[in-house]
Design a protein around this ligand. Structure first.
Ligand code: MRU
Length: 348
C-alpha cells in the first residue's frame, strides 16, 4: 500500500508510547512528541495536536493502552472501575467526531471481556494493544478502499475544492477527502486542489496545503470567503470534504464552514461529495440536529495565531463544526461503496 510521506501516529512498543506529529506546530515545524501517560493523550486530542475524526479514534484507542499501562505499573490490582475511568477521560476530550466513541466502544468491549475472564494485567494490556493496532490497520485499509471508489467519480481533469483537512494528517494514513484526491492523481488524472484556509484554526492553510505539497499534488490556497466567488468564476468542478459524524439520514457534521461551501456548490450546480469511513456514520442518530457540536475557546477567534485581531472583551461564538443537510450532498463515499444519503441505511 502507498505510504504517506509522513507518519501522523506511531505506536512505539519499546517505549510503550504513542508518537504524534504535533499538528499545532505545522507548517512551521515538523515536530514529533511521545505520549507516555493518559493525561498527555487526552491533552493532545483536546488541543488538536492530533485531530481529524479517524485520527482521534486511533489516538484514543492507544490512549486506552497507555492508561492501562499506567495503572498496572506496581500498583493495586486493576479493576473495572479504573478501566472505565480511563475510557471516560478520553471520551470527554471532544464531543463531535463519532470515531472517538466508536473506537472507545471497541476498546471497552475487549477490556471488559478480559476483566471478566480474570486475565492478568499484562495480558489485558497486550489484548488492548492488539485491538488498537487493528483499529489503526482497518482505518488505513478503509481509506485506501474509499479512495478507489471515490476516484471513479472524478473526471480526467478536475479542479477540486476541499475544506479543512481530511488527509493523512487526519487519519492513520492516506486520508478520506484527500484519499480520493490521492487515488485520482495515482490513476493518472489531472488534479488541481483549491484548499479553503479554514478559520479559525487554519487546518486548510496549515495542514492541507502542507500535506498536498509534500505529495506533489497541485494546490492553491484560498480564504474561506472566496469559495463561492471561485465557483461563480468557473474555477471549481466539484467539492470533496471529510466528516466528523454522519447521521442515519445523511446529514453530515464537518468543520465549521462546510455548510456554506455546500450551499454555494448547490447554487452553482456542482457535485458535493462527503468522503468518510463507515465508522463515521452514527446510525443511532436519525438526523443531524442531534449531533453534538463542540464549542471551543473564544480566543481561537479573537486571535489569528498569536496575534490579537479583536478587542479582548468582545463576545465570541466559536462552534467547531456545522451540519450540512443531506439534501445538499450528492454522494457519500465510504469503504463499502458510494451511496446517496437516502441509500445509507442499506449498509447499517
Ligand atoms: O477540529 P478538527 O481539525 O479535528 O476537524 C477535522 C474535520 O472537520 C475533518 O474534516 C474531519 O474530521 C474529517 S477527517 C478525515
Amino acid at each position: 500500500m502507498t505510504k504517506s510521506a509522513f507518519q501522523t501516529l506511531t505506536w512505539i512498543e519499546e517505549k510503550r508510547a504513542l508518537r504524534l506529529l504535533d499538528q499545532r506546530r505545522l507548517p512551521n515545524e515538523e515536530l514529533f512528541f511521545e505520549c507516555r501517560d493518559l493525561q498527555q493523550v487526552a491533552k493532545a486530542i483536546k488541543t488538536l495536536a492530533v485531530r481529524g475524526a479517524p485520527a482521534i479514534g486511533v489516538a484514543a484507542a492507544y490512549g486506552v493502552v497507555i492508561g492501562v499501562q499506567e495503572e498496572t505499573v506496581g500498583k493495586d490490582p486493576f479493576t473495572a472501575q479504573k478501566f472505565n475511568k480511563i475510557i471516560d477521560k478520553l471520551a470527554a476530550t471532544r464531543p463531535t467526531a463519532v470515531n472517538l466513541f466508536w473506537a472507545l466502544a471497541r476498546m471497552k468491549k475487549v477490556g471488559e471481556e478480559g476483566l471478566r475472564k480474570g486475565f492478568a494485567e499484562a495480558k489485558l494490556r497486550d489484548l488492548l494493544l492488539l485491538e488498537a493496532n487493528l483499529i489503526y490497520a482497518e482505518d488505513d485499509q478503509a481509506h485506501h478502499r474509499l479512495g478507489k471508489y471515490g476516484e471513479k467519480l472524478i473526471p480526467a481533469e478536475a479542479r477540486i475544492l476541499t475544506h479543512c483537512n481530511a488527509g493523512a494528517l487526519a487519519c492513520a494514513e492516506y486520508g478520506t477527502a484527500l484519499g480520493v484526491i490521492r487515488a485520482a492523481q495515482a490513476a493518472g488524472k489531472k488534479i488541481k486542489v483549491y484548499a479553503d484556509e479554514t478559520r479559525p484554526l487554519l487546518q486548510g492553510s496549515r495542514l492541507t496545503t502542507w500535506e498536498l505539497l509534500k505529495e506533489k499534488i497541485p494546490v492553491t490556497l484560498i480564504c474561506d470567503n472566496m469559495a463561492a466567488h471561485c465557483m461563480a468564476k468557473g474555477m471549481i468542478d466539484l467539492v470533496i470534504v471529510g466528516a466528523d459524524r454522519i447521521a442515519a439520514n445523511g446529514d453530515t457534521a464537518n468543520k465549521i464552514g462546510t455548510y456554506s461551501v455546500a450551499l454555494a456548490a448547490k447554487a452553482h450546480n456542482l457535485p458535493f461529495y462527503v468522503a468518510a469511513p463507515t465508522s463515521t456514520i452514527d446510525f443511532s442518530l436519525a438526523q443531524g440536529s442531534a449531533i453534538p457540536i463542540e464549542e471551543r475557546d473564544p480566543d481561537e477567534v479573537r486571535f489569528f495565531g498569536e496575534r490579537a485581531t479583536a478587542p479582548s472583551e468582545v463576545e465570541v461564538y466559536n462552534p467547531a463544526f456545522d451540519i450540512t443537510p443531506a439534501a445538499l450532498i450528492s454522494a457519500i463515499i465510504t469503504e463499502k461503496g458510494v451511496f446517496t444519503p437516502a441509500e445509507l441505511s442499506a449498509i447499517h
